[in-house]
Design a protein. Structure first.
Length: 368
C-alpha cells in the first residue's frame, strides 16, 4: 500500500501501520500508568519487608530467604527496564521517575548505561554480529564467526567448557553490569561533545547510585550487622539476581538465528526472538519479557498489554511467512543452554532482500 503526501508524492506506508491500527482499535497502545506504579510499589513493599527480615532474622533463615528476595528484586529491576523504554507511563517524566527509583536507587545500575547498551544497541540490531552487545560477552562465543577470531585458549574454552560453565559464571552478571554502569557514569561527562557535560539525568543517575550503596552496604552495619554478613549478603543476592536476569534474556534469544547481514529489520526483530509460554504467574515475574517478540517489535508497548497484542503480532508474522517461535520456559531454557554449548560451530546467517536466511559459508562453497 502507498499513501500520498500533500505535495502529491507517493510515500510507502510504514510496515507496522496496519498492525498499529489494530492495536489502537483494541486500546492496546495506551500506557496504564497507575498499574505500572502499583506494581512497582507492591514489589518495593515486598522487597523492603524481605530486606528488614534479612537484617533481624537469624542468619540461617536469611540464607533461606535469599532466592526469594532475589526473585522479587529481579522483577522489580525489570520494571525499570519498562521505564527506560518509555512503556510504563504516559509521560516522559513518569517513565524517568520510575526508571530512576528502580535502576540506580534500588538496583545500583545506571539507567543511562542500560539505555545505551539495551535500547540503543541491542534493540536496534538483536543477534547481529558486531552490533548486539548481548552476543559479545567475553570469554563466550555465540557464533562460529566469533569463534574463528578467538585465540587458542579461548577457543578451547568455547568448544569444551562454555556450555558447562555458562550458568555458574552468570552469578557474576549482576555485579559486572553494575561495574560497567559505574564506569559509564564516571567517564560519560568527559566524553560528551556538548558544552554542557553534566546533565540532570547524569546527576540523578549518579546520586541515586550512591544512595543505593549506602542503603545496601552501610545502613545494615549501622543497624548492627557485621560487615562480613552485609557484604556477603549483597554479593550473593545480586549474584542470584544476575542469574535470574540471564535466564530471562537468554531464553528470549539464544538458539535463534545469529545474523551477519540483514535487509528487513522488522523480520529481524521477530525471527531473532521467541515467545515464552509461562502462564500469568510467570508473566508477572518476567515483566513482559516472556513476550520477547512483541516487545522487540513494539518496545513502547506496556507489558500489561502484550498478552492481548500477541495474537495480532503472530498473525502479522505468519501473513508474511516469518517464523514466530513459541516455547515453554523450561524447554526454551534447555534449548538455549544446548545452543550455547554448540555456539562455536553455529554459522552466522545473512537475511537477504528476498527474506531468505542463508549461510554465507555454504554459499561460498557452492559457488567455488
Amino acid at each position: 500500500m502507498k499513501r500520498t503526501t500533500s505535495g502529491g508524492a507517493d510515500m510507502a506506508e510504514h510496515p507496522l501501520a496496519n498492525l498499529r491500527k489494530k492495536l489502537k482499535e483494541e486500546n492496546l497502545l495506551d500506557k496504564p500508568t497507575s498499574k505500572s506504579w502499583t506494581k512497582v510499589i507492591l514489589l518495593l513493599v515486598v522487597v523492603c519487608a524481605l530486606y528488614v527480615a534479612h537484617i533481624y532474622l537469624p542468619l540461617k533463615f536469611g540464607l533461606i530467604l535469599i532466592p526469594i528476595t532475589a526473585l522479587f528484586s529481579t522483577t522489580l529491576a525489570m520494571t525499570g527496564h519498562e521505564g527506560v523504554h518509555g512503556s510504563a507511563c504516559r509521560s516522559k517524566a513518569g517513565n524517568i521517575s520510575l526508571a530512576a527509583v528502580v535502576f540506580p536507587l534500588f538496583a545500583g545500575l545506571s539507567m543511562e548505561y542500560w539505555r545505551e547498551k539495551h535500547n540503543v544497541k541491542h534493540h536496534a540490531q538483536p543477534n547481529v554480529v558486531n552490533k548486539d552487545p548481548d552476543i559479545h560477552s567475553w570469554p563466550f562465543t555465540f557464533s562460529q564467526e566469533e569463534y574463528n577470531t578467538s585465540g587458542r585458549i579461548r577457543q578451547f574454552f568455547q568448544r569444551h567448557l562454555q556450555g558447562w560453565t555458562f550458568w555458574p559464571i552468570s552469578l557474576l552478571v549482576g555485579h559486572l553490569m553494575r561495574f560497567d554502569g559505574l564506569k559509564y557514569i564516571a567517564t560519560k561527562p568527559f566524553k560528551s561533545k556538548k558544552n554542557k557535560r553534566v546533565t540532570k539525568i547524569w546527576l540523578l543517575d549518579s546520586s541515586l547510585m550512591l544512595v543505593h550503596f549506602f542503603l545496601w552496604l552501610a545502613l545494615p552495619i549501622l543497624l548492627g550487622l557485621s560487615w562480613q554478613v552485609t557484604f556477603g549478603f549483597y554479593v550473593l543476592l545480586w549474584g542470584l539476581v544476575g542469574t535470574y536476569l540471564t535466564a530471562i534474556f537468554i531464553v528470549g534469544h539464544a538458539g535463534r538465528p545469529i545474523i551477519t547481514e540483514y535487509d528487513q529489520n522488522w523480520r529481524l526483530q521477530i525471527e531473532t526472538a521467541r515467545r515464552i509460554k509461562f502462564g500469568p504467574i510467570g508473566s508477572f515475574f518476567f515483566v513482559g519479557l516472556d513476550y520477547q517478540i512483541e516487545h522487540h517489535l513494539l518496545p513502547a508497548l506496556s507489558h500489561f498489554n502484550l498478552p492481548k497484542a500477541a495474537p495480532l503480532v503472530k498473525e502479522y508474522a505468519e501473513e508474511r511467512g516469518w517464523q514466530y517461535q513459541e516455547l515453554g520456559f523450561f524447554r526454551a531454557l534447555w534449548q538455549s543452554t544446548v545452543a550455547l554449548q554448540y555456539a562455536w560451530k553455529t554459522p552466522s546467517l545473512v537475511l537477504n532482500e528476498n527474506g531468505e536466511l542463508n549461510d554465507p559459508l555454504k554459499s561460498e562453497k557452492s559457488t567455488s
